[in-house]
Design a protein around this ligand. Structure first.
Ligand SMILES: C[S@@+](CC[C@H](N)C(=O)[O-])C[C@H]1O[C@@H](n2cnc3c(N)ncnc32)[C@H](O)[C@@H]1O
Length: 295
């Protein structure tokens, strides 16, 4: 079902290649993460970590595992489905889906070091038979058309400049009746975000569109909207809750800040500020492929 993974750079224009480098340099900046995460999870769990022990550390999106659980409730993946996690990062959501929903998952990501980390973490917790990873660009997938039951994607589209190509590609690889589940940050009404943010150090790596434009692009790709939820208020409440806990002297819960380096603090702080100022919004949606406009 999966064609030979190709180098995502091969089919790129020079401008697209430069964007890919900006994005992957950003995510690869902290080097190899798997062993650091396993050591932390081992310490926290007091033994060989499980998928649930990794969850506070391997989910690189707003509200972490809490959001993944809500997202899965909305999507309701069926055991036996073949799913792709597009922009899978180090594979946290893909592992969670395979372990909790009984689906087979292929995680695809542009950042090679993340794909290696994702594979190492899955091996370490004995999930390699149900979750695989490969390096690929979401706008040129190494997959046959009409081959997937579900494309799941969390917090990756904001790094993709050509969203028309992205959704067209998703529609190509989904079976008729297959679903796209997206959980993404989108542009807010009050101007561009303050940088750095967790997905980009500078505007050169960030490509946000307002939700209305995204919905138009999805419909044009033949993806019919089944559910659309604006989760901006939940994201903001989560940030305020964490801030209040810290101010009250509560210990900071474990998270990616433990291994993503000094710059992460400023990125996380800008995330909250951008939400508060209406510069970004957060959405979850479920769509179904109803036609084949790419043919
Ligand atoms: C913020 S991380 C989210 C990772 C994961 N979805 C999660 O929630 O834990 C964004 C990921 O998208 C990947 N990405 C960005 N642009 C991409 C593209 N064009 N194709 C595939 N992956 C991409 C990045 O390499 C990064 O791993």
């Amino acid at each position: 079902m999966m064609e030979t993974p190709r180098n995502p750079e091969e089919s790129k224009t020079p401008e697209a290649g430069a964007v890919s480098d900006t994005v992957t340099d950003h995510y690869a900046r902290s080097g190899s993460l798997a062993q650091r995460i396993l050591d932390l999870a081992h310490g926290l769990a007091g033994g060989g970590p499980t998928v649930d022990d990794l969850a506070p550390l391997d989910q690189f999106h707003m509200r972490g595992e809490e959001a993944t659980v809500e997202f899965a409730e909305m999507v309701a993946p069926q055991a036996g489905w073949f799913c792709v996690d597009l922009g899978c990062g180090i594979g946290g959501p893909a592992r969670w889906l395979a372990a909790h929903c009984g689906v087979e998952v292929l995680g695809l990501d542009l950042t090679e070091s993340y794909c290696r980390d994702a594979a190492s973490l899955s091996r370490a917790i004995g999930l390699s038979d149900r979750v695989r990873f490969a390096c690929a660009d979401a706008t040129g997938l190494p997959l046959a058309e009409d081959s997937l039951d579900l494309v799941w994607t969390q917090h990756a589209a904001m790094n993709v400049p050509d969203k028309k190509a992205l959704y067209r590609e998703v529609a190509r690889v989904l079976k008729r009746g297959g679903r796209l589940a997206l959980h993404d940050i989108m542009a807010g009404p009050e101007g561009p975000p303050h940088f750095p943010v967790p997905w980009a150090a500078t505007p050169e790596g960030s490509f946000l569109l307002p939700s209305g434009e995204i919905r138009t692009l999805l419909a044009a790709a033949g993806l019919e909207e089944l559910v659309w939820h604006d989760h901006t208020a939940d994201a903001l409440a989560w940030i305020h809750r964490r801030r209040a806990d810290l101010e009250a002297g509560e210990p900071r819960p474990p998270g990616p800040h433990l291994f993503l380096g000094d710059g992460f603090k400023e990125m996380a702080s800008n995330l909250g500020r951008n939400l508060e100022e209406g510069r970004i919004t957060v959405h979850m949606a479920l769509l179904e492929k109803t036609s084949v406009p790419y043919a």
